[in-house]
Design a protein around this ligand. Structure first.
Ligand SMILES: *[C@@H]1O[C@H](CO)[C@@H](O)[C@H](O)[C@H]1NC(C)=O
Ligand SMILES: *[C@@H]1O[C@H](CO)[C@@H](O)[C@H](O)[C@H]1NC(C)=O
Ligand SMILES: *[C@@H]1O[C@H](CO)[C@@H](O)[C@H](O)[C@H]1NC(C)=O
Ligand SMILES: *[C@@H]1O[C@H](CO)[C@@H](O)[C@H](O)[C@H]1NC(C)=O
Length: 570
């Protein structure tokens, strides 16, 4: 540990020009230098405080209220080592060129929030966030690069001054996902990484000793491999950060994708291996990735979580999961939306093997199975049912109900390797041919090591729609009342014009039958408690096409007979 005193440099030209009140700040605390590789090892795994200080125009403007210190304690207690605190500065400038003064209250708020996280015992990585698609976009037509450089310097100078005396647990990231499409823009971004380091140097404090995570083009692993070049002439220990949201269609529930193929998994692994292969001696941080419990199928999602975090760990890459406040941790109720995803993440990040529910991996399948559920259709006789778990080296220990009753392994189920059979006698406790639809029980399966597996026992029937057709009305979402009857959300929505043409994305004909002609969650379809929703974008596309269109809503399980049609006339 070295005790050093940093003095904030104040005689910088831009500040003096602006007449900013810059006082020489002395750091009186100690600073324990840490290498970038030790830092990266220490922060794994991390959690993103998404949609909070990065919201525009203000903290609280999006779906989360202003952050409270307690949330960091909850995150620490859950098992995370670090938090990434994205901050958007764009709406907090009080000055213009050349000084670009930032509102002192905002800098104070950022400093206070960083302290809350440090007080909770977390490492902190903070950045300049959505500024990347506002003033800092080097790919924008007619971008004034001189001004972006000036503003980047001034922004980091002021952040550096404000946060310069924080401990070595605090690291900086210059800019989030900077859009870059060409070599020329990449060269400019490489320059901005250097300007960021120069600003930290100019700001004094402990900032030249502080770990930074530099960023490549768009923080995309492939463009980073292609174009990133580290600035020279600076002392900061540095890591490289990238983000990963692939396969796009699975992560964003696009084109009906509710499963992962073996090829998808292999591609995830090789993408992570490729960036490591390009930067063999650079500490790497996967600063954002996410498979949200809101819209992804649970067994496939849990497999995805495991493969990303495990592969990253193997490649000495720290992971920081993205959480927009709706995805994973409910900051109010303090509940995790998918506790198994959390357990899987925490275990994989320490290299512990997880046992994982099986799911359909065949991209050409006409229906989909998932061992995250046992499904029983209303009207059918209750029969024995089997689920399959990839044990991944573990052994099954026990199965318990939500209330904690441990199942009897001779009468309630039989297990052979990862094949678990629930006899009809046991399932009849929950299911019957004439019972009501809905979730009847959540079983938790424990193994000799790693995360538990959850099995939701669902009795399902076909949901009912409030109406089955209407005339398209431009410019607004269409809400179709629905009475759920099992899993209370649609799985996917097919959008087929009555002339046989796909409403969107004709090329999806080359995908499997569960994807061809299907639309994309959020942008084209959605749902809430009591409604299926076709978005205004979708309605407008039907009107533009001038052809009546049938929307086929698939529900879980995605099997023949569990779909409903709604027709939109023009
Ligand atoms: C570009 O930015 C610089 C620095 O802020 C400024 O002096 C210059 O006038 C700008 N150029 C244009 C064309 O706006
Ligand atoms: C570098 O990354 C590119 C793009 O992902 C990849 O094709 C290439 O194989 C990687 N190189 C190494 C040595 O891993
Ligand atoms: C099982 O868990 C799901 C997901 O958390 C929940 O929606 C459902 O209500 C639970 N079922 C029961 C019977 O508690
Ligand atoms: C739903 O619409 C599709 C055409 O998009 C059609 O093939 C299918 O038979 C319809 N299903 C029902 C139950 O009407």
């Amino acid at each position: 540990m070295s005790k050093s005193v940093g003095v904030i440099a104040f005689a910088h030209a831009f500040g003096l020009l602006q007449g900013l009140a810059l006082a020489a700040v002395e750091c009186t605390g100690t600073f324990e230098p840490i290498s970038a590789s030790d830092y990266v090892a220490a922060i794994n795994p991390g959690w993103n405080l998404g949609n909070t200080l990065d919201a525009t125009p203000n903290e609280g403007s999006w779906n989360n209220p202003p952050v409270q210190a307690e949330t960091f304690k909850d995150i620490k207690a859950a098992g995370f080592k670090s938090v990434r605190i994205p901050v958007t500065y764009a709406d907090h400038f009080t000055g213009t060129s050349p000084g670009w003064a930032i509102d002192a209250d905002w800098l104070q708020r950022v400093s206070d929030v960083v302290d809350m996280a440090l007080d909770a015992g977390l490492y902190v990585l903070t950045n300049v966030h959505h500024d990347s698609w506002q003033w800092a976009d080097v790919s924008a037509a007619g971008a004034n690069l001189t001004q972006i450089e000036e503003r980047m310097h001034q922004t980091w100078l002021q952040i550096g001054e404000k946060l310069g005396c924080k401990s070595s647990s605090v690291a900086f990231e210059p800019i989030n996902e900077p859009p870059v499409d060409t070599q020329e823009q990449a060269t400019e971004l490489n320059k901005l990484n250097g300007i960021f380091l120069q600003a930290l140097k100019d700001s004094g404090g402990f900032n030249t000793q502080r770990v930074v995570t530099l960023v490549g083009p768009s923080m995309d692993s492939i463009k980073t491999s292609q174009w990133f070049e580290a600035p020279t002439g600076y002392d900061n220990p540095w890591a490289l950060q990238y983000h990963y949201y692939s396969p796009y269609d699975f992560i964003f529930s696009a084109w009906g994708k509710t499963t992962l193929s073996d090829q998808d998994i292999a591609t995830v692994e090789s993408d992570l291996e490729n960036i490591r292969g390009n930067f063999t001696d650079v500490p790497l941080v996967l600063g954002e990735f996410d498979a949200s419990p809101i819209s992804t199928e649970p067994a496939a999602r849990r497999k995805y979580m495991d493969v990303v975090v495990r592969k990253a760990k193997e490649l000495d890459t720290a992971v920081i999961v993205w959480d927009n406040g709706l995805d994973h941790f409910d900051r109010n109720t303090k509940k995790w939306k998918d506790p198994q995803s959390l357990e899987i993440l925490l275990n994989a990040a320490t290299g512990v093997s997880n046992s994982l529910a099986g799911y359909t991996t065949d991209a050409s399948a006409t229906e989909q199975s998932s061992s995250a559920y046992v499904f029983h259709k209303v009207g059918d006789a209750v029969t024995d049912q089997k689920i399959s778990i990839s044990l991944n080296g573990n052994t099954l220990k026990s199965i318990a109900t939500e209330e904690g009753t441990v199942l009897d392994p001779s009468t309630d189920y039989t297990a052979s390797g990862g094949e678990i059979t629930f006899p009809s006698s046991f399932l009849s406790t929950y299911f019957s041919s004439s019972g009501t639809p809905g979730s009847k029980e959540n079983l938790t399966i424990s193994f000799s090591a790693g995360a538990t597996a959850a099995v939701n026992l669902i009795q399902w029937d076909l949901p009912k729609l409030g109406s089955t057709s209407s005339k398209a009305v431009a410019g607004a979402d269409l809400r179709i009342p629905v009475t759920w009857a099992g899993v209370n959300q649609p799985a996917a929505v097919k959008m087929l014009r009555q002339d046989g043409v796909y409403l969107f994305d004709d090329w999806t004909q080359y995908l499997g039958p569960l994807q061809a002609a299907y639309g994309t969650y959020s942008g084209q379809w959605n749902w809430d408690g009591g409604d299926l929703i076709l978005t205004a974008t979708t309605i407008d596309a039907v009107i533009a096409a001038g052809v009546a269109t049938t929307f086929t809503f698939d529900f879980f399980p995605r099997v023949p007979g569990n779909s409903l049609n709604y027709t939109l006339n023009v």
